[in-house]
Design a protein around this ligand. Structure first.
Ligand code: RIB
Length: 329
């Protein structure tokens, strides 16, 4: 039969109120009594609430996942990977959206520390934040993007290489004026893609033409609409699918057509990319697998199964659809 708080009180020779005070981490309990109660909880296998469990075993079985924007379809796929892997180890995951704001990221880390999470999966480019986390001794893994070369756990893809290959594909279609709708300047994945675009364009003897968005659909629309006032690229590489889809809408609203007038290439391969009109060419990033890998690495840290830092670079892949004229529908 399941042990009760009364059984614990009797075995520890204290009142139920004292057991409750220990479980709720109240200060007015002597160390000797606290240990006697915790010992009784362990001996009886008393299944206390989450808070009580953390007192007895110093484990809350909870984790934090800090990411920029859960409304961007790339991140729910990643979050689901984290959650499915976490569930296998009995963890609960707290989800925190930060809009790439370091102060919001910092605030969530403080809250997660208060909750005594056992580890954090962090998607952030903030160098200072990473250093602060390293000094807080909370196990963490950087996912998708990273801020410096310090020896930390990272799982990501080669953002630079993917962008370079996408632009090479457009060059091979014969495009001579390829614009880039870049992501936010403070985001490492966006910066790496801009570098890949720029190097491929310069290697082809062409002029880079870059305008910055914010990774949102609306920013892709706005940047494309104003870009069309400046000139008429025959192709656009957008640093993520939401901006690519916004660009397509802006082109259509300007009375032009994709891919007849302008080819569009995105990045992420979110679900909508395959059903958009036209279906979007993009760089597939294994978001779900990235989430699973991040959680597995975090679990190794929490359980002390690994000391040395690990860096996993997952495979990306170009997915050619009709938005740049070539390939499958
Ligand atoms: O769409 C959001 C972008 O932010 C993705 O490309 C992902 O790489 C992340 O960096």
């Amino acid at each position: 039969m399941k042990a009760t708080i009364l059984d614990v009180a009797e075995l520890a020779k204290v009142s139920k109120a004292t057991v409750s005070r220990v479980i709720n981490n109240k200060n007015n309990v002597s160390g000797e009594v606290r240990e006697r109660v915790i010992q009784a909880i362990k001996e009886l296998g008393f299944r206390p609430s989450g808070i009580a469990r953390s007192l007895v075993h110093r484990k809350t079985k909870s984790l934090g996942l800090i990411l920029p924007d859960i409304t961007n379809p790339f991140f729910p796929a990643l979050a689901r990977g984290v959650e499915d892997a976490a569930h296998r180890y009995g963890y609960t995951v707290f989800l925190c959206s930060t809009d790439n704001e370091p102060e919001i990221e910092r605030g969530y880390i403080d809250k997660l520390e208060e909750q005594q999470v056992e580890g954090i999966v962090l998607i952030s480019s903030d160098k200072q934040l990473t250093h602060e986390l390293q000094n807080m001794s909370i196990p963490f893994v950087l996912c998708d993007r990273w801020s410096n070369s310090s020896p930390i756990d990272i799982v990501t893809v080669d953002h630079y290489r993917g962008a370079y290959e996408a632009v090479e594909y457009l060059l091979n279609l014969g495009h001579q004026f390829i614009a880039h709708i870049a992501g936010p300047p403070n985001v490492q994945s966006a910066e790496k893609r801009k570098m890949g675009y720029t190097d491929a364009i310069i290697k082809a003897g062409l002029e880079p033409f870059v305008r910055h968005g914010s990774f949102s659909y609306e920013s892709g629309y706005q940047v494309m609409a104003s870009l069309l006032q400046e000139g008429h690229p025959t192709a656009v590489f957008a640093a993520n699918d939401l901006m690519a889809l916004g660009a397509i809408q802006a082109i259509e609203d300007a009375g032009l057509s994709v891919p007849r007038d302008i080819a569009i290439f995105g990045c992420d391969d979110i679900f909508v990319a395959q059903i958009s009109k036209p279906p979007l060419s993009t760089i597939m990033q294994p978001a779900y697998q990235m989430g699973v890998c991040a959680l597995e690495m975090l679990h190794e840290r929490i359980e002390g199964l690994r000391e040395e830092p690990k860096k996993i670079i997952l495979e990306h892949r170009l997915v050619i659809r009709h938005s740049c004229g070539g390939g499958l529908k």
